[in-house]
Design a protein around this ligand. Structure first.
Ligand code: GLN
Length: 382
């Protein structure tokens, strides 16, 4: 009998990260596609996970996260952004940023609700909204990939339930600044619209800029789910551990979903992170570490035919290949992998409707210097 299967995501295929990763592997290409470091996690952190396992911390953690880790998160947030979330009621440890985003949307989006998404946008946003019956409303970033508050304001209607923002931005590599956060606060003032602020690259902000977290703005944090990732900070994307912050009322709804879709997160890793977070140097050293990689990559490509867009944050460098080819970005990224041995991510999958004639690729520079140098050599020959 035919299965009466009606896809809930008819337009969705396999993510571009998986597609490009597979292609890179098939062709033995240097993989600057999917965002993940190719260098090891700090041995001290690994030893802490081992210790936790040896000490018998191998059963379910409490649903909202290990209390010691929630307290360490609240202390870190207080130290960095000057606001104290209540670790009992307002901090939840999640299985990474994506799960936190999914859970937040599941908790508050009702069928027919509009969710404003700024394109380019991380690939899971729109499908997650749609799965819960919401309607993604796509607004383009302005010129130079900067946030355009006026365009976002024009997209807001009485049906808008939530606005999603992302800083530092994946894939654009731009950041929101205080002025942008004030503009967002002005847009949302007097409405019941919620904010989801995806800040998973919070520590990857360069050139002495401060991370303009929504936490710093009372009006914003009062209506926001703010999402973070330990994978990005501690070079362990495969650990799939992050956290969400939200005021008590919102977090209560979040946890109703969280308890059924993951229940709780890997216990030994939570013990390890709680101890590791005690030393702020472990995260405060991250911006300089990645800024050096950004600069190495940019300097190396200065003599190439790629034109680099400003990278203010994240570990992604976007580059315009318009001087090399008029092919569309997926075709060019495929050719780059197959024929030139470097995999990157085309930007069009991050849009509902990519701008006509845009020729942009995203390169991940979270790589050992030797990997970056080898990629630079290949890219400069094109
Ligand atoms: N966040 C990673 C990136 O942007 C991808 C993670 C994934 O493959 N879903 O490259």
């Amino acid at each position: 009998m035919a299965l009466a299967l009606r896809s809930k995501l008819p337009y969705v295929g396999t993510t571009i990260f998986t597609v490009m990763g597979k292609l890179a592997q098939e062709h033995g290409a240097i993989n600057l596609g999917q965002g993940f470091p190719d260098f090891p996690v700090d041995g001290k952190l690994i030893a802490l996970v081992d210790q936790a396992m040896q000490a018998g911390h191998n059963q379910y953690a409490p649903m909202a996260g290990l209390p010691a880790l929630r307290e360490a998160i609240a202390a870190k947030v207080q130290r960095l952004y000057g606001f104290g979330y209540d670790p009992d009621a307002e901090v939840t440890v999640t299985a990474g940023g994506t799960q936190a985003i999914f859970t937040a949307l599941a908790a508050v989006v009702h069928p027919g609700d509009e969710v404003v998404i700024v394109d380019p946008a991380y690939d899971c946003y729109a499908p997650a909204v749609e799965l819960f019956g919401g309607k993604p409303v796509h607004v383009p970033l302005g010129s130079d990939m900067k946030f355009d508050a006026e365009a976002v304001g024009n997209a807001i209607t009485p049906r808008t339930r939530l606005l999603m923002v992302n800083t530092p931005h994946n894939p654009a590599g731009t950041i929101l600044r205080d002025a942008d956060m004030h503009a967002i606060a002005a847009l949302l003032r007097g409405t019941g619209i919620l904010l989801l602020s995806d800040e998973v690259y919070e520590h990857l902000v360069y050139d002495g800029e401060a991370h303009a977290s929504a936490i710093r703005h009372p009006e914003l944090r009062g209506r926001a789910f703010i999402i973070f990732s330990f994978g990005k900070v501690f070079h362990a994307t495969g650990w799939k551990t992050g956290y969400a912050l939200a005021p008590k009322e919102l977090m209560g709804e979040f946890r109703k979903v969280h308890q059924y879709n993951v229940f709780s997160v890997h216990t030994p890793v939570q013990h390890a992170l709680a101890a590791y977070l005690q030393d702020p140097a472990h995260y405060e050293s991250v911006p300089a570490f990645y800024q050096a990689k950004r600069d190495r990559f940019a300097k190396g490509l200065a003599g190439s035919r790629f034109k680099l867009l400003p990278c203010e944050g994240s570990y992604f460098q976007t580059a315009d290949y318009g001087a090399i080819s008029t092919a569309d970005d997926l075709a060019f990224a495929t050719r780059l992998t197959r024929e030139h041995g470097v995999a990157a991510i085309p930007l069009s999958p991050f849009y509902k409707q990519p701008p006509a004639g845009q020729r942009l690729l995203r390169f991940c520079f979270a790589k050992q210097d030797s990997t970056l140098d080898a990629a630079i050599e290949k890219l400069c020959k094109i």
